[in-house]
Design a protein around this ligand. Sequence first.
Ligand SMILES: [Zn+2]
Length: 341
Amino acid sequence: MQPTPNRLNVWHSPSPDDLGDDHIEFLHRLQAPTWITVTGKDNSRTRAIVTLLHGNEPSGLSAVHSILKQQIVPATNLIIVVASVNTALYPPILSHRFLPWEEDFNRCFNAPADTSQRQLAAEIFSRLHEAAPEVIVDTHNTSGHSEPFAVAVNDSIPTQQISQLFTNRLVVIDQHLGALIEKADNVSPVVTIEFGGLMDPRADRLAHESLMSFVTRNHLFSTEPEPLHIIKHPLRLEIEESSEIHYSSSVQDDADLTLLNTIDQLNFQPAYAGTKIGWLGRSGLQGLRAINAKGDNLFHSFFHEVSGFLTTKQQLTIFMATTDPYIARKDCLLYFTPTIL
Ligand SMILES: [Zn+2]
């Protein structure tokens, strides 16, 4: 049970011949979390792309491999952080969000730095702090089917200008989870981009096209902000980690909760009052919660039981609904807001 290395490797101006033919070979060349730098046309400014904080979310990885392989000269100096390389290489390749004996790496950017993963997170943060990039983009894929969206901790004009390079949806979170965007917001405008479902070719294409534009565009902050669909302070629907959850089209007798295996089709679609999202099991509504930033549980304002179904009480916009029971238990079942897009 190898831990994640507590230090970054550093690689300046990699030669295309050393990168491998695709992002899988690239991972084998890297072997460990790596800080890559490329000199740009204007070397008075720097931009940063952080990718693979989650080891099974490859759209951004594939895009940065392609940018490096094609020897694209970026408009500014470029930093590429390829984070959970060891996790992605743990067999079978690109199958683990994080290693089973470790934490979710995108929950490690808060104090204390008392594990090798948390020391690595602290090094990534302190290097970004020192480099002071004009913007940081953190690339992800959703575990379920989803349209792309940006996530940030504010909706300032620079945040909107960066987000609109990738998507017309911006989610503003106020939870303190230990994610990179919470910490790095003190350094630079920073957004997480969820390009869409992992292994979805549309997500890969969007990552390639939009990250290429992001690195080659001379000015990112000279354009008028375009109108974005902004979702502020969504709630997370969570369940006790010890619960037994299934995703199915028919109820599983022993489960605490059987969610519909098509729940990810609701992502960014209006879920009207009365929408059934699954069958409650032996423990009913117990163990389900939706905690706001103040620590209040608002679950009962938005969900209730109707004839044994877990049902929405009012119209909601749902997103980031997963169909992976492991992520549902460890992180959350979905995010939601009463805001209608
Ligand atoms: Zn992710």
